[in-house]
Design a binder for this molecule. Structure first.
Ligand code: ZN
Ligand code: ZN
Length: 91
């Protein structure tokens, strides 16, 4: 979701966004590059990697009916926790 008056990310935020986008989808595991989803608009350090379907899919996506999220028993905070786990401990 883009909004017009969204603040441009700082350089450290840009580095974080690039790392997030390079990861696999944290919900279904689809291989990256992924899209970067922010829990709160413009708060990049609490963003997570999602495939297009888990992100914007009308049925599966977090911006849709969240079916895949329900199947995987994830909410945004659990997905963020999983993201940070992978980021700090993962491959
Ligand atoms: Zn996915
Ligand atoms: Zn999003």
């Amino acid at each position: 979701m883009q909004s017009k008056n969204k603040k441009a990310p700082t350089s450290s935020e840009r580095i974080h966004i690039a790392r997030i986008k390079g990861m696999d989808c944290v919900v279904c595991g689809a291989s990256g590059p992924s899209e970067c989803h922010e829990i709160n608009q413009g708060q990049w350090f609490t963003s997570m990697p999602l495939c297009a379907d888990c992100h914007r899919g009308s049925l599966n996506g977090i911006h849709g009916q969240k079916r895949m999220w329900a199947v995987q028993k994830l909410d945004e905070l659990s997905a963020l926790n999983k993201t940070l786990n992978l980021l700090f401990d993962g491959n």
